[in-house]
Ligand binder design. Structure first.
Ligand code: UDP
Length: 365
């Protein structure tokens, strides 16, 4: 059976890596890995760590690329690859432009498209950000929906996806996380023993501008007010993020600003952390598996399960609320213990095996 996996960005590489590795070891599968390289450097980092090389690299990234540019180039590039390879199934993950283009290209060529992490929804198409649109359009043409949770399955059912095409598999990010954690990675910065580490990540477009400045102000005051706290902020390469972070932070004691960490280093940072503050989807999913409380700095999330389970808090992007919720976790041991004790709602580390089994079912007779 010919299977093609398409990957564009860092989170896609992390979440697809376990699937790619498992397919590569499956004797029934002839695998082709296609990188659109929508984000070049961070994708390469992850592939390197997991020992994956793309068989075909469309290398789409350009300076100042617009969404229309990337979509058009990805669609044309992927269409040519599909025409040449004629795979029996194509797999992609998430909600990026790469996923949208892959799903559309498969639709035009009548090739089954299989969606990893299907069914996430914010129910908000008002925002100028493409994720919800990408997810929804991909779902319309998906043959196998690998939903990470029951909630994701329900969204798809509400959109009249046939139940037989939806499978709740768990999220492959947990498989990747456990794989990497087992390697006992090391932290790339020195954190003074006994001090509590707050790990902070921000990269989401909806937070550019004032929300990001608020987040930085809250983080700064947490460090100033708590002498036993250190902050680690791997700075996302997006110019908006870099510029705001550079303006807000500078040479303060107990604050570590780094380039984006390699995934193994980032896993070590999550393990060493006391508390994680993030607007990232993947980090939100990973933190509960490591029993780390996570503050989600967004106004809404398409991943409500950890919040419902009481292991994550949606704190918005106002400085005071972020600071107060973090301070409460630093001061109130009972509250901390409750948030750090729940099980992960995102998976048990076996999502990949479920997905591989289902993909095999698409093999031509
Ligand atoms: N991550 C990483 N290095 C970093 C920050 C994050 O390897 O410096 C990983 C993190 O563990 C998670 C993924 O990148 O698996 C999340 O990517 P990102 O936050 O860019 O995107 P999102 O998940 O929000 O789509």
């Amino acid at each position: 059976m010919k299977v093609m996996c398409v990957v564009g960005t860092r989170p896609e590489a992390i979440k697809m890596a376990p699937v790619i590795l498992a397919l590569r070891e499956s004797p029934w599968c002839a695998l082709t890995v296609v990188a659109t390289a929508q984000h070049r450097q961070m994708l390469d980092q992850v592939f390197g760590l997991f020992g994956i090389t793309a068989d075909i690299d469309l290398n789409l990234m350009r300076d100042n690329q617009t969404l229309a540019d990337v979509t058009a180039r990805a669609l044309t590039g992927l269409d040519q690859v599909l025409a040449e390879l004629k795979p029996d199934a194509v797999v992609a993950q998430g909600d990026t432009t790469t996923v949208l283009a892959t799903a559309m290209a498969c639709f035009y060529r009548r090739i089954p498209f299989c969606h990893v992490e299907a069914g996430l929804r914010t129910h908000n198409l008002e925002q100028p950000f493409p994720e919800e649109f990408n997810r929804m359009v991909a779902s319309v043409v998906t043959r196998l929906h690998f939903a990470p949770t029951e909630g994701a399955r329900d969204h798809l059912l509400n959109e009249h996806v046939p139940p037989a095409n939806i499978h709740v598999t768990g999220n492959t990010v947990i498989d990747a996380l456990l794989w990497m954690a087992a390697k006992q990675p090391t932290l790339p910065v020195q954190v003074t023993p006994g001090r509590r580490l707050i790990l902070l990540t921000v990269h989401r477009r909806e937070n550019f501008g004032e929300p990001l400045a608020n987040i930085c102000r809250a983080a700064l005051s947490l460090v100033r007010n708590n002498p036993d706290v250190e902050l680690l902020l791997p700075v996302h390469p997006n110019p908006h993020v870099k510029e705001t972070v550079a303006r807000m932070f500078g040479g303060q004691d107990r604050i570590h600003l780094t380039a984006p960490l390699e995934y193994d280093q980032f896993v070590a940072a999550m393990q060493r952390s006391y508390l994680i503050m993030t607007d990232s989807g993947g980090v939100q999913e990973e933190a509960p598996s490591l029993r780390k409380p996570v503050l989600v700095m967004r106004e809404a999330t398409e991943r409500p399960e950890a919040i419902t389970a009481g292991v994550a808090l949606l704190v918005g992007t106002h400085e005071n609320n972020i600071r107060e919720q973090a301070q409460r976790l630093l001061d109130d041991d009972r509250h901390y213990a409750t948030m750090a004790s729940g099980a992960s709602p995102y998976g048990d580390g076996a999502a990949t095996q479920r997905i591989i089994g289902l993909l095999r079912g698409l093999a031509p007779a």
